[in-house]
Write a protein that binds this ligand. Structure first.
Ligand SMILES: Nc1ncnc2c1ncn2[C@@H]1O[C@H](COP(=O)(O)OP(=O)(O)O)[C@@H](O)[C@H]1O
Ligand SMILES: [Mg+2]
Length: 284
């Protein structure tokens, strides 16, 4: 039985779509954010008997830049890759707005590596190719790619082979390419390490512009001055764990964990780690 009046042209065997009560609509069917909240529960990544990521719970939502800090080897890059769905955890789960990462939404999670990974094409060609892979219509690709290069102040280099560009220009291109896909979340893994100051300023300006446009950013870095310039909050990692997560306004002057306090004071925790390991190894 149809529960609404039928128009004369409508065949009788067409069943009218019935409105589903809101509480019975699965969460993912509701029009909502493609990625946020981005959440990790009980995340573990272990190799050779070592937990490189050791039972991490973490949720990313809201707006702004979350800076992940910590010494080399703390697990920052691994955590970023796990959250981006680029690496599978050994235990625990990563969810993007309640569901496991999938290819369709992966285009909404941008990633820029410390060393830019570029194709043997022109700057423009690199961005156009990324847009093509993301399923952007041919007619739109060039326009969007030019816009992205313009924003990154790379327009004059559009036709230059990416591999002939300077390190700073290549990194700006990698970021421009990521931004051209209009990511909901952008993950930047030490994107300015070993770049000249002008390129660093360009990258930071691009990141801040993206945040103002509504992109949520996870930024791995260990330059304190840069962290102060960019961070809304700081996640401090040590030995595969999150030692603390604190608003930037308090982190730098009043960190909550002794580990972060010592990091900020410039203590060489790594040396202590090595000492501890030597002790462990020599203890029967
Ligand atoms: N795929 C992997 N297999 C084995 N070990 C890994 C892998 N990825 C990272 N590691 C190790 O995990 C630790 C944390 O790495 P990483 O996340 O890169 O640290 P960070 O970015 O904080 O410097 C390091 O000791 C690194 O050598
Ligand atoms: Mg790293």
């Amino acid at each position: 039985m149809l529960d609404r009046p039928r128009s004369p042209q409508e065949p009788a065997n067409v069943v009218a779509p019935r409105p589903v009560p809101a509480e019975r609509v699965p969460a993912h069917a509701l029009p909502s954010d493609p990625v946020l909240p981005l959440s990790a529960r009980g995340l573990v990544f272990a190799r050779a008997g070592r937990r490189l990521i050791d039972d991490i719970d973490f949720t990313l939502e809201g707006a702004g830049i979350t800076l992940i800090m910590g010494h080399n080897g703390a697990g920052k890059s691994l955590l970023l890759r796990l959250l981006a769905g680029l690496v599978e955890p050994d235990a625990g789960t990563v969810t993007w707005n309640g569901r496991a990462p999938d290819r369709a939404r992966a285009t909404r999670v941008g990633f820029v590596f410390q060393k830019p990974v570029l194709l043997r094409r022109s700057a423009l060609g690199n961005v156009v190719h990324a847009l093509k892979c993301a399923g952007v219509k041919r007619a739109e690709r060039k326009l969007r790619a030019h816009e992205a290069l313009q924003r990154a102040r790379l327009a004059p280099l559009a036709g230059v082979p990416a591999r002939l560009m300077s390190g700073g220009e290549q990194q700006r291109l990698a970021l421009a390419r990521a931004l051209a896909l209009r990511p909901r979340v952008l993950m930047l893994d030490e994107p300015t390490a070993s770049l000249d100051p002008t390129s660093v300023a360009h990258i930071e300006a691009l990141a801040l512009e993206a945040v103002r446009a509504g992109t949520r950013i996870l930024f791995v870095g260990h330059d304190l001055a840069q962290a102060r310039r960019l961070a809304d909050e700081v996640v401090f990692m040590h030995s595969g764990r999150i030692a603390e997560r604190t608003p930037a306004a308090t982190f730098f002057d009043n960190p909550q964990s002794p580990l972060a306090a010592r990091f900020l004071a410039g203590d060489l925790l790594l040396d202590e780690d090595r000492k501890l390991k030597r002790e462990e190894e020599t203890t029967p």
